[in-house]
Ligand binder design. Structure first.
Ligand code: NAD
Length: 293
């Protein structure tokens, strides 16, 4: 992909993989708009990279539209839209309230719809551009030990897969590409509990990639025109296995170590996430050392 003088609008751009992608765009000669709710971090990064920081809670149509307007005013065009914002919260499925489900889908799925709605007219009018939408390895490949404790997160990220496929079909006639970015568990602030709450043991062991590694996979997919940018090792075999077993998740039990004992893990997770603000991704539950994700 040619980044020279191109502008990338990145939701959740102030931290983790969004930040890493922003740095890479600038290194390759592009401009960046850091669209985030953490304005201290967004302003810091934008001034470092010579970009623009805009307040953009993807739960607000007004803020998304205003962020787009600010981006267009500053740079004239937006060429790359990275819809990366998402949250998680670990809790057993029976403890998830209507509000938990509503917040998760409003941010992780409808948040992406708001960003698409804001930018598609601009992209189609110009007949060029690229959209990146972030799902998760937990939704792409079934059977992860964290799965039963992140039901609404996985359901929302599965919805993102469908949304990205439909968007790719809708935008292809306009010469606008779509890439589905599927990070594996990655060492970022995702899953960091609020101040005063200890991070459960075991989670760190599951985070087996760095933002650099994950974003390298994304950059490679963008360079080579691949729809799927999956950072999960062995993802091609795992996707082929899903087809072979007709999506049966139970066939994936042998891909991972045994899950943690349910009761203590569930309690810790629920307590850990109770005080977590919606824009600060909550902590996953304790989990065993694992090779797969
Ligand atoms: N880190 C992982 O293990 C992992 C794995 C798979 C997928 N993901 C996906 O990556 C994204 C999280 O990003 P990360 O892990 O690269 O970094 P991160 O968790 O370090 O940063 C997330 C950023 O999102 C911002 N944010 C939170 N709520 C927002 C909102 N409502 N609107 C706009 N911005 C908001 C935060 O301020 C923060 O800057 C999510 O979509 C998540 O599903 C992460």
């Amino acid at each position: 992909m040619d980044y020279q003088n191109k502008t990338a609008f990145i939701t959740a751009g102030a931290s983790g993989m969004g930040k890493r992608f922003a740095e890479q765009v600038v290194e390759r000669g592009g401009n960046v708009v850091i669209a985030d709710v953490d304005m201290a971090a967004a302003n810091r990064l934008a001034s470092e990279l010579g970009g623009l920081a805009v307040e953009c809670n993807v739960r607000s149509t007004e803020q998304v539209d205003a962020a787009r307007d600010a981006a267009l005013e500053r740079f004239g065009n937006v060429d790359i839209v990275m819809s990366h914002a998402g949250i998680t919260k670990a809790s057993p499925i029976v403890n998830l309230t209507d509000d938990d489900w509503t917040v998760m889908f409003d941010l992780n799925v409808i948040g992406m719809a708001r960003v698409l709605r804001a930018f598609i007219p601009h992209l189609t009018e110009r007949g060029s551009g690229h959209v990146i939408m972030t799902t998760s390895s937990l939704a792409l490949i079934p059977g992860h030990p964290l799965g039963p404790l992140t039901a609404h997160y996985i359901a929302s990220k599965a919805a993102v897969i469908g949304l990205a496929q439909v968007t790719a079909l809708a935008l292809a006639p306009h010469d606008i590409g779509v890439t589905l970015f599927s990070p594996d568990l990655t060492k970022t602030n995702f899953g960091t509990p609020p101040p005063g709450v200890e991070r459960p043991k075991g989670v760190m062991a599951l985070e087996r990639q760095t933002p650099e590694q994950a974003v390298d996979v994304l950059l490679d997919a963008l360079d080579n025109g691949r729809f799927l940018a999956s950072a999960t090792p062995d993802y091609e075999r795992l996707l082929a296995k899903q087809a072979a077993v007709l999506l049966d998740p139970l066939a994936f039990a042998d891909e991972y170590p045994a899950p943690p004992s349910a009761a203590p893990a569930a309690e810790t997770a629920a307590e850990t996430t109770a005080a977590t603000p919606e824009h600060a991704p909550a902590t996953p539950t304790p989990a065993p050392q694992t090779q797969g994700a």
